[in-house]
Design a binder for this molecule. Structure first.
Ligand SMILES: [Zn+2]
Length: 538
């Protein structure tokens, strides 16, 4: 095996700071970039990434750490390309760059990146770092001789532009497949993410704007405060809530909530039928909004199944939605709608709706539980929706309340869902002969004892499940949504009585139990709120 270039080896587990400022930025220019580089190195940066020979010469005169050079230039297709010509690479090396970065995405390869890579290594004798967005691009670059690969282009190439967050799992997958160092770069905003990149197998981590762009950093702080103070500009968002039988859709204002709404039957069929259906519904909602004079700038989709919000795909769905596992919803809808598309699990989306528009606006730690045919939930922990490491978190319906109890739709036994859903409620009230859950709840309100006893029994099981969640997360608030929680004060009274005996130090917790105020279109609000959270949140 070749020994690694010494300068490259020096970056092992190190932080590289990307010091770049575009034309028009007050910090544009070699002198500013050299000062940023100096500050970075004095505070622990192991290397610098910089653009253009002029900046690199100034940085080289200031610091001695390795420099990864690149040269950005607009191409005939209207997009920037990283180091599109051999001559640029030569100038970077002359200016003091230790390595050169080349865009080796599919588009970069179409502009001759792999031949350029070979030539840079052979004629300039410096290591080449391949900036890529996908694993196959990395493999091709390594095959051509790349000395390292960097995830720089993930989220920025045409094939990956639906990805909006740093993905440690991509770094892990990349590190597992290529035999050269993997440099994590792109959308790393926080120290925890840089540490997560190392845990995922990154050789080094590049952080740019989050360190070296004061304008960008200021904007993030200002936006966070504007959002809290209700000062964000009004946005209009298309929301679609794909249910097993009905698809609800609408136009949502970030300030006032639902503006337009509608509902249509969900067709039966596999993935293609559902994707075509979603596309049709979203396009119609968008066209109607535009006809009414609105300019929606985002779209959100809520769907059953576990969702990876980073790329808007369904990680896993049960046979309620056949073929839905693996569906790339954002990738399919984005080109048709022409606006960014966020995708989220429907129960999670309801929690996000509460956070932006409902009963969770003023709290950072809350649990939202949906009660209907199924039982689902979403948990906010320290102001963030908790997703878990595989996006499987918040399966509140499958918390065990009865060892080896009733069979559940998930295949296990004794889950909360078959003890707290609408079928369970009707079962508990069977002696009253109620036609549906709504009738039973109204009868309980009118004082009928079999109905009241049924709700008491349901509340007892719900308390058993929620006690586990409360002991784990210590929330400030429990929000109940879905048909069974509406106009059902008895459920809340009985739930509180049952929780008091099942939760330790109940009086000190002062947990509020609230009904969701969002109503029938909560899922549409949730889908839209997920888009706000993904594309507007800071
Ligand atoms: Zn279950």
């Amino acid at each position: 095996m070749e020994t690694m270039n010494e300068r490259l080896a020096a970056l092992r587990h190190g932080l590289m700071v990307s010091c770049q400022a575009a034309d028009g930025d007050p910090f544009h220019g070699p002198a500013s970039m050299a000062r940023f580089a100096q500050a970075a190195v004095e505070s622990g940066a192991a290397g610098i990434r910089a653009n253009g020979a002029e900046d690199i010469a100034a940085i080289r005169a200031t610091v001695s750490v390795p420099i990864l050079g690149l040269h950005k230039e607009m191409q005939a297709d209207g997009r920037i390309l990283i180091t599109p010509r051999f001559e640029y690479a030569a100038a970077l090396v002359r200016a003091g760059a230790d390595f050169v970065a080349l865009d080796c995405t599919r588009r970069g390869q179409a502009f001759g990146a792999l031949d350029r890579l070979r030539r840079v290594r052979a004629e300039l004798g410096v290591p080449v770092v391949a900036d890529i967005a996908r694993i196959e691009e990395a493999l091709a670059a390594v095959e051509a001789g790349a000395d390292a690969v960097a995830s720089t282009m993930r989220g920025y190439s045409p094939e990956t532009e639906d990805i909006r967050r740093f993905e440690p799992e991509f770094i892990r997958a990349l590190a597992g497949q290529v035999r050269v160092p993997v440099i994590a770069e792109g959308m790393i905003h926080a120290p925890e993410q840089a540490a997560a990149a190392l845990r995922a197998g990154a050789f080094a981590v590049v952080v740019g704007k989050a360190i070296s762009a004061p304008g960008h950093i200021t904007a993030r702080f200002a936006a966070a405060m504007d959002r809290e103070a209700g000062r964000l500009p009004e946005r209009h968002i298309i929301g679609v809530d794909l249910g097993g039988t009905q698809t609800k859709f609408g136009l949502v204002s970030s300030r006032t909530g639902l503006v337009e709404q509608g509902s249509i039957a969900t067709p039966a069929g596999g993935r293609d039928v559902l994707l075509a259906h979603l596309e049709r519904v979203a396009v119609q909602a968008l066209e109607r909004a535009r006809a009414d004079g609105f300019r929606p700038s985002l779209a959100g989709i809520a769907t059953a199944g576990w969702v990876n919000p980073a790329d808007g795909s369904v990680v896993y769905a049960t046979e309620n939605l056949p073929g839905w596992t693996g569906a790339g919803i954002a990738a399919a809808l984005h080109p048709r709608l022409g606006i960014p598309v966020a995708v989220e699990n429907d129960a999670n989306a309801l929690a996000v709706a509460e956070r932006w528009f409902g009963a969770g606006r003023d709290v950072d730690n809350f649990v939202c539980v949906t009660l209907g045919t199924g039982v689902g939930g979403g948990c906010y922990v320290n102001g963030r929706l908790h997703h878990g490491s595989h996006f499987f978190a918040n399966a509140i319906g499958h918390v065990m309340v009865e060892r080896d109890g009733l069979p559940c739709t998930c295949g296990l036994r004794g889950c909360l869902e078959p003890y707290a859903n609408s079928a369970a409620l009707l079962r508990y009230g069977a002696s009253g002969g109620y036609a549906d859950a709504g009738t039973l709840i109204r009868a309980a309100g009118a004082g009928e004892e079999p109905a009241r006893q049924a709700i008491r029994t349901q509340a007892g099981y719900l308390a058993a499940g929620l006690a586990s969640i409360i002991h784990l997360l210590d929330p400030e608030r429990i929000i109940l949504s879905g048909g069974l929680a509406q106009e059902n004060p008895l459920l809340f009274e009985e739930l509180e009585i049952a929780l008091r005996t099942r939760v330790t130090v109940w009086p000190q917790r002062r947990i509020s139990l609230l009904a969701s105020p969002l109503g029938y279109h909560g899922g549409v609000l949730g889908a839209a709120a997920c888009a706000l959270e993904m594309f507007e949140a800071v």
